[in-house]
Ligand binder design. Structure first.
Ligand SMILES: Nc1nc2c(c(=O)[nH]1)N[C@H]1C(S)=C(S)[C@@H](COP(=O)(O)OP(=O)(O)OC[C@H]3O[C@@H](n4cnc5c(N)ncnc54)[C@H](O)[C@@H]3O)O[C@H]1N2
Ligand code: MOO
Length: 394
């Protein structure tokens, strides 16, 4: 059994960044890893513009009534210069006319019967002007290669004219749930059967990580079937993820088969709970993960070990989940401490960590309302209310 930190290190050392870049539309770029720097071809804002609907004028004229000389809509160019005693009515986003050094919001003004305008607000007025290039200058790199693209990055690419960004190719990830006890969700399980939740959970996790899930269906507990299925999966994909069949049951063939297929097993047990029997191996540049059959173990080990590997294969610069240090809302204890422990939590409205009722690694319902998973160090049996714990959001 190796430490969890060592397991993470071994996986990291064996990841190869996939060769290959493709160009996609902005719509298809979400959740992909950017494979180019995005530099700005314009200043943002590209001109001095108003942040409010109001009247563009001179700050030194605010005590006077002002004559309106022009109406400036967004998308038009002002024609008139603001001189003493004058102003232009202006809409949010429109260019500031020459001579003006502020825009007074429409709600802080009064229009007098003769059509002139008066500033009626008392506090020191703001200029309400966005300066040319204050957000970004021509040539500045605003997004770097390796960014995991989120909708807010798409806005930046759209604004800068990067309409078909280069992104890294996606790892193809084969998903193989194993076990004779499994039936697919559309079937009603009878006797000792249970529905295959892991396979479908993994499809979602792989897709959410920006990789390409390839679902192989349930693999039955026979050496021959399992061997064929793993061989096919290795052939068709960059990463193979199995669940179930990894530790010591009579039908747990997976490690044996992996070796027969030329997979070099680099670990088969981690001092972590849940997820102890997690297995990891490599075949040339392909990765193969054997995750435990218990759904919470499978979920958590995917998030902690497999997902960062997929992101690294796509060249992501920040592949690991952010860890927050937050205070525990109440005492937490466990009976045994020989493994690093992870448990589902909710972060309450006071920013404190509340452990969720959790019956162990088969208890998928505990994850439904969890906002994250907290950890308790190897060797530690109890954490007191108020102590800081590491939390990763899920
Ligand atoms: N003698 C030992 N027995 C076990 C050990 C051990 O160290 N020594 N480790 C335990 C731990 S910890 C775990 S976790 C499980 C993992 O076992 P496997 O990875 O071989 O998984 P299975 O035995 O096939 O299944 C475990 C559990 O999960 C259910 N399962 C399996 N696949 C799915 C699926 N696709 N969807 C939903 N549920 C699934 C399965 O029915 C079992 O209930 O081993 C302990 N045993
Ligand atoms: O380590 Mo197992 O994954 O606790 O149930």
């Amino acid at each position: 059994m190796i430490s969890f930190e060592k397991a993470i290190r071994i996986v990291k050392e064996n990841v190869h960044v996939l060769a290959g870049v493709e160009q996609v539309s902005l719509t298809d770029s979400v959740n992909r890893v950017l494979a180019q720097d995005v530099a700005s071809d314009i200043n943002m804002p590209p001109f001095r513009k108003t942040a409010v609907d109001g009247y563009a004028c001179r700050m030194c004229d605010l005590e006077s009534t002002l004559k309106v000389i022009e109406v400036i809509a967004a998308g038009t160019t002002p024609k008139e210069k603001i001189l003493e005693g004058t102003c232009s009515k202006i809409m949010t986003g429109a260019p500031i006319p020459d001579g003006a050094d502020c825009v007074i919001p429409v709600e802080d003004t009064e229009v007098l019967p003769d059509g002139t305008v008066r500033y009626i607000s008392k506090p020191q007025p703001k200029t309400n002007i966005c300066e040319l290039g204050e957000d970004i200058r021509i040539g500045d790199v605003s997004l770097k290669k390796g960014v995991l693209i989120k909708p807010q990055h798409i806005a930046i690419m759209a604004a800068l004219g990067c309409h078909s960004p280069k992104v890294s190719v996606r790892p193809r990830v084969s998903i193989l749930p194993t076990g004779d006890e499994l039936v697919e969700p559309s079937e009603a399980p009878t006797g000792s059967k249970i529905r295959n939740s892991n396979g479908h959970q993994l499809i979602g996790q792989v897709a959410a990580a920006g990789a390409l899930p390839i679902y192989h269906g349930i693999v039955r507990d026979s050496e021959e079937t399992t061997e064929k299925a793993i061989a096919k999966a290795l052939d068709e994909s960059d990463v193979v993820v199995l669940t179930g069949g990894v530790p010591m049951g009579d039908y747990d063939y997976v490690p044996k088969i992996m070796e027969r297929l030329g997979v070099k097993i680099l670990f088969d047990s981690i001092a972590v709970q849940p997820g102890k029997p997690t297995t990891f191996g490599v075949a040339d540049e392909k990765l193969i993960f054997g995750l435990p059959g218990n759904p919470v173990s499978s979920f958590i080990q995917f998030e902690l070990l497999v997902k960062p590997a997929l992101l690294m294969m796509m060249g992501a610069t920040d592949p690991y989940a952010k860890v927050y240090r937050l205070p525990l809302a109440k005492d937490y204890s466990r009976k045994r401490a020989e493994r690093l422990g992870f448990f589902p939590i909710i972060v309450n409205n006071n920013g404190e960590v509340e452990p969720i009722e959790y019956h162990g690694s088969a208890h998928i319902f505990s994850l439904a309302n969890a906002s994250g998973i907290a950890s308790i160090a190897l060797g530690v049996k109890e954490i007191k209310k108020g102590e800081l714990v590491d939390v990763r959001s899920i």
